[in-house]
Design a protein around this ligand. Structure first.
Ligand code: AMP
Length: 414
């Protein structure tokens, strides 16, 4: 799936490239066409899913293609100052790349209202605000909502949960009845359902959440040196037919793929420094089944669509929670179940455990830590011992010694 197949104009496609987005996320693929067509949308999608761009891109496109008139024409309501600021930032970043730049205004409470009133004097096309401050601005004659033709409720569950229900109803009473309404929410409690029924006309319903439980997430603690043998063990034991292994660099992609190949796995590497022809070949091989394990970097795997990938392995953790979402989204697609395994190495240079906690936080989900028999992390084991923990380091078995030797050899080759 590419952005160009979703109806974005060349100007917006350029802006998308500038943002570094290579392929649409699930919510973007589902939401862009109906929003561009002017339909109401109810989208259940969490932060991290790319939901902001899912409404920001089509709304900006509609703004620049519509005949100009005094604004604001789009109102985005957000529950918190941070979310409002982030949304306005994306809108401004994209708007700055357009020829006729829509003007984006931002307002939230907890700071003086005067600069916000001043900023509105020159007019705006898009108003991003928290509900309470928006009403204050209206009370101060800072703006009118009579020209709004699109309302976005972002994180509607939090808007209602944070006691904004009354303010919301006051704002709604000031809006024209004929308009497009987009409701984004991470969850769909009864209050959101009621709001959706009140506001949306014949909405397109998008549920990105439904796909999430289809991906079983696992986090395995182990030493760096054990990653390769542990990966081989998983590939054998789990009977995955097709797996995608993510690494951080071209070098590691080649290395891991070579080592797997040497151990008899049908492995291939995919990274940004391969020629287009070589990339196409390895993807075709994956499709045909002559490659079963693809070791890839993030850049190369963006937008990769391969049906029926059983597993994604984060051999090295991604830099950002958004990349994590992207990576694990390569499995469990279109109703199939998938597993996403992350290696958490206590002895990694970056603090993998705390990095993974940030990822979990952004996902709103905790992934239980596991250890694989025979691949227990030595750092943690000795910590537990030092703390008088019950885990004792038994004498190493012959198998363990062999594994360690193999791991060391792999590392030395690294
Ligand atoms: P959001 O769910 O809107 O908070 O977005 C989460 C993160 O995903 C943000 O950091 C965006 O920059 C990033 N993002 C959104 N869309 C894409 C995309 N199509 N490709 C890559 N990253 C994206």
């Amino acid at each position: 799936m590419s952005f160009s197949s979703l109806g974005l104009s060349p100007a917006l496609l350029r802006a998308v490239r500038e943002q570094g987005y290579h392929a649409p996320t699930a919510v973007q693929a589902a939401a862009l066409p109906p929003i561009l067509a002017g339909a109401d949308v109810l989208a259940l999608a969490q932060t991290g899913s790319g939901k902001t761009a899912a409404f920001a891109l089509p709304l900006l496109q509609r703004l620049i293609t519509a005949p100009p008139r005094p604004g604001p024409r789009v109102l985005v309501l957000a529950p918190t100052r941070e979310l409002a600021a982030q949304t306005a930032q994306l809108l401004r970043d994209v708007a700055a790349l357009l020829l006729h730049r829509p003007r984006i205004a931002l307002a939230f409470g907890g700071v003086s209202i005067n600069p916000q009133l001043m900023a509105l004097r020159g007019g705006c096309d898009v108003m991003v605000a928290t509900p309470g401050r928006l009403l204050d601005l209206i009370d101060h004659n800072g703006l009118k909502l009579a020209g709004i033709d699109c309302l976005v409720l972002d994180e509607a569950d939090r808007l209602l949960g944070q006691g904004f229900a009354d303010e919301l109803q006051r704002v709604l009473a000031l809006l024209p009845v004929r308009r497009q309404t987009l409701l984004f929410s991470a969850t769909c409690p009864a209050a959101v359902q009621t709001l959706a029924e009140q506001l949306l006309r014949d909405p397109v319903r998008i549920d990105i959440q439904e796909a999430a439980p289809q991906i079983k997430q696992r986090a395995i603690q182990l030493d760096r040196a054990q990653r390769l043998p542990a990966l081989r063990h998983l590939l054998k034991d789990e009977a995955w037919d097709r797996a995608l292994v993510f690494v951080a660099s071209r070098y590691t992609a080649e290395l891991v793929s070579d080592k797997l190949f040497a151990h008899g796995f049908k492995a291939g590497a995919l990274h940004g420094e391969l020629s287009q022809g070589a990339r196409s070949d390895v993807l075709a091989a994956l499709k045909a089944g002559s490659v079963k394990v693809l070791v890839a970097t993030d850049v190369a795997a963006r937008g990769l669509h391969v049906d029926a990938l059983d597993a994604v392995v984060n051999y090295e953790l991604p830099r950002s929670p958004a990349d994590y979402t992207h990576r694990i989204g390569r499995t469990g697609r279109a109703g199939a179940t998938g597993v996403a395994v992350s290696f958490i190495c206590a002895d990694s240079a970056e603090n993998a455990e705390s990095h993974f906690r940030v990822i979990e936080k952004r996902q709103g989900q905790r992934v239980p830590r596991e250890r694989l028999d025979g691949f227990e992390p030595t750092a943690l084991a000795s910590e537990a011992q030092a703390a008088g923990g019950i885990k004792s380091t038994t004498r190493k078995s012959k198998k363990d010694k062999l594994r360690e030797a193999a791991a060391k050899a792999a590392q030395d080759g690294h």
